[in-house]
Design a protein around this ligand. Sequence first.
Ligand code: ZN
Length: 436
Amino acid sequence: MENKRRNFFTRLLGLSGFAILPSFVKAADSAVHVQSIRLSSQDGVTRLVFDLDSPVQHKLFALHDPERVVLDLQRSRLLNAGLLDDMRSGLLKSVRSGVRNVDDLRVVLDLSGKTQPSSFYLKPDKGEGHRLVIELKDPNFAAPVKQQEMRDVIIAIDAGHGGNDPGASGKLGTQEKQITLEIARKLEKEINDKPGMKAVMVRTSDRYMRLRDRIKKARDQNADLMVSIHADAFPDPRASGASVFALSVSGATSETARLLAEKENNVDMLFGNISLEDKDEMVQQVILDLSLTGTIQSSLDVGDEILAELSKVGNVHRQRVQQAGFAVLKAPNIPAILLETAFISNPREERKLRTPAHQTNVAKAVLRGVNDYFVRKAPPGTWLAQKGKVYTVRKGESLADISEKFGVPVKHIRTRNAIHGDQLKPGRELVIPQVV
Ligand SMILES: [Zn+2]
């Protein structure tokens, strides 16, 4: 009907083309309707999506002084001029529209800078109708340098024994499993108080855990180091002092170390259920041993640091880190050390092991050793590896003061040091992250 009418007018005027049709004809239903315009801006690209009720022929070009982009839509109408209000995002300052050649729609995008405009058409799909998409790329947009996600160094603390495996026991009736858990908890607190470090407890209650499950837990928590805590026992009650052990895949450094490893390993034979018939386990063992060799050096390294610190809070049994085939230390790619804090079989040491003050001293010594190691060898991507400055808060200093002093946003200092309130205790150590 409409076409007939249009043809009638065309014939009537003896002219061709829609440009000179009387204005009332342009309301013809054959026009494309712009139903809505959606605006978004991301990563330097401003995008306008024109929702249409049918496909459209269009032209897009840029004009300069002032910068603008012109979009001509053939035989189109804007359903509601209010659609253009408040169209401002990225390069786009404002949008205007006008009628051109009687029934074409011209949309002018006023810009704050130069751009190379582009457009594409999308067919109806997944509930969306006909769409014409205009993209305005800001050539001066610089993607913000992505700050790498930093993480804490994770230390798995393994309190030896537990549950129906009490470990060694002293004359006063002290059980190793209890002492190890108490020291582990104190070490957990010391580590968690240290910026850049996080503790994960392998055993949190008085329960039995197989050695391989202990390793699995450390691995599942992505530990960077595992510290297994024990308290030694020896037939001669005079034996005393702390010892630090690392794994050996080739043999023990001493007969005592070998016997001790055997004793600690036997736990699973006595209390766990290991199938020794499993051939795959043999194969796994060989692969495991190979992957372990590389981490043993690191284990010896961190062991040395811990031993040096332990010698400051009590006597040590041997001056060097000893090695033996401890099953609990067989965590591939995780340096692991086993710490015999003292001889529970020595009455004097047993009494000491029971005192919270001594337990705290041991925990602090381990932390210092661990810290000395990670200061040198922090894994990439950790806060400690970022070599953030350590700063001691002075009396009366606020977060804002420190932020200004180092030119680091307060937010960064907060995140880095897990500060929630506004109060800063003088003497508190803060790691000042470097702003990249
Ligand atoms: Zn033990």
